[in-house]
Design a protein around this ligand. Structure first.
Ligand code: B12
Length: 343
């Protein structure tokens, strides 16, 4: 194989690289042929996280991913001996094909990741999941009862902000945990997500009545083909509730299209969301394209989402103006940044 010099080379060649790793492992273990497709798919996924981590210079991105992978592998009952052999094969392939400095940094990051994987694979102290009534309705697929539950909370005087941040968000986090522990299936995870989105939609008539408007606008997108969009949606809704105009563009939009949109539709604040680290390069490129466009130089950019919550200071290395952990903090931050900019 040719020599790789840059982390982007890993991303560009991830399919060939994953096949090469498989072939090396297969030479020692012919029984692996049964799992070839899944093996290659998982390796490509891991290489994406590794190259992103190296490219943005943040080892924690790969370490967090491997910690998550180790926990998932525990629930999937992976064989740790095979994984140890797999890690050795990966390391020797990295030694073989990467140019010297890239090989050093890759192996250093990879080793930290292996440590995190081992630790979570063998971990026995799993946090207890609290199955409250709302979660139980969703798990048993009673979306009508789940909606009724939320309506009762509204009627008892709970604010929509509290419903978002203290009921829906923690429930979705629990759902992620249940999927990761293999307690619920992907199908059920999808069902619950759709049910929660439906509930949010039904709350809009309450959400958007009696709100005040001011002159500020926030434009929101999810980076690249990021499918996780409920968090960004909530952030946009919180801005609406605080009197801003929010324009949520969703995901899967090419950078040039977003830039043209921002030029044609002036906005004071640009909010970008990413959940998994495989979308960080798109976040970085989008920030760069906005900041270097003379017509957009006054726009303030904020970022957020699962991967930013897990990696402090990541927002700085990607060039954003700020980061917030949740929707409430996002509005405080946005108001501060835009207020400062307009002062
Ligand atoms: C719902 C869900 C999905 C849905 C998404 C549907 C949709 N339309 O949004 C579907 C089923 C499609 C999905 C798919 C996948 N998912 Co998923 N998913 C989730 C889940 C359960 C909930 C996400 C969510 O809505 N959370 C609630 C919102 C409100 O919280 P939030 O996103 O953190 O947002 C808040 C803050 O972060 C912040 N914020 C968010 N964006 C922004 C932006 C700005 C500018 C600011 C300032 C703040 C901010 O404010 C928000 C509101 O307070 C999470 C679990 C979790 N812990 O989040 C897993 C999770 C994110 N998914 C995961 C995975 C692995 C996947 C899949 C790869 C496999 C799978 N499970 O099917 C695919 C990948 C899809 C892809 N290509 O991107 C993992 C990610 C692990 C990792 N380390 O990367 C998680 C953590 C589950 C887990 N525990 O393993 N998923």
């Amino acid at each position: 194989m040719e020599t790789y010099r840059l982390p982007t080379d890993i991303l560009k060649n991830k399919d060939d690289l994953a096949l090469h790793i498989f072939n090396q492992d297969f030479l020692m273990n012919p029984s692996l042929s049964r799992y070839k497709d899944k093996y290659i798919q998982d390796t490509v996924y891991t290489l994406r996280f590794l190259s992103t981590s190296l490219e943005v210079g943040e080892p924690l991105i790969f370490v967090n991913y491997m910690e998550w992978f180790g926990s998932l592998a525990q629930h999937l009952k992976f064989n740790m001996d095979s994984m140890e052999r797999y890690f050795r094969v990966c390391e020797s392939v990295f030694q073989e094909i990467f140019d010297h400095p890239l090989s050093d940094s890759t192996i250093k990051t990879f080793k930290k990741g292996i440590e995190a994987y081992r630790k979570s694979f063998f971990s026995t102290d799993l946090a207890k999941i609290d199955y409250d009534q709302f979660l139980n309705h969703l798990i048993s697929m009673h979306s009508d009862l789940a909606y009724q539950h939320i309506l009762n909370l509204v009627n008892q005087g709970m604010s929509l902000k509290d419903i978002y941040l203290n009921v829906l968000q923690p429930t979705l986090y629990k759902v992620g945990e249940l999927w990761q522990r293999r307690i619920i299936t992907v199908a059920k995870e999808h069902y619950i997500t759709a049910a929660v989105q439906h509930i949010i939609g039904r709350l809009y008539s309450i959400l958007f009545s009696n709100r005040e408007h001011n002159q500020k606008t926030v434009t929101a997108v999810c980076a690249g083909d990021e499918l996780h969009e409920i968090g960004m949606r909530m952030v946009a809704d919180f801005f609406e509730l605080s009197g801003w105009d929010s324009i949520f563009l969703g995901s899967n939009i090419p950078i040039e299209v977003i830039i043209n949109h921002l030029i044609e539709n002036p906005t004071q604040l640009f909010a970008i969301s990413a959940t998994t680290s495989s979308h960080l390069i798109e976040v970085r490129d989008l920030i760069k394209a906005t900041k270097t466009n003379p017509k957009l130089k006054d726009i303030k950019i904020i970022v957020g989402g699962h991967v930013f919550n897990e990696t402090p200071d990541l927002w700085k290395s990607l060039g954003a103006d700020g980061f917030a952990m949740d929707a409430e903090q996002a509005v405080i931050l946005g108001t501060l940044l835009v207020g400062e900019a307009n002062a």
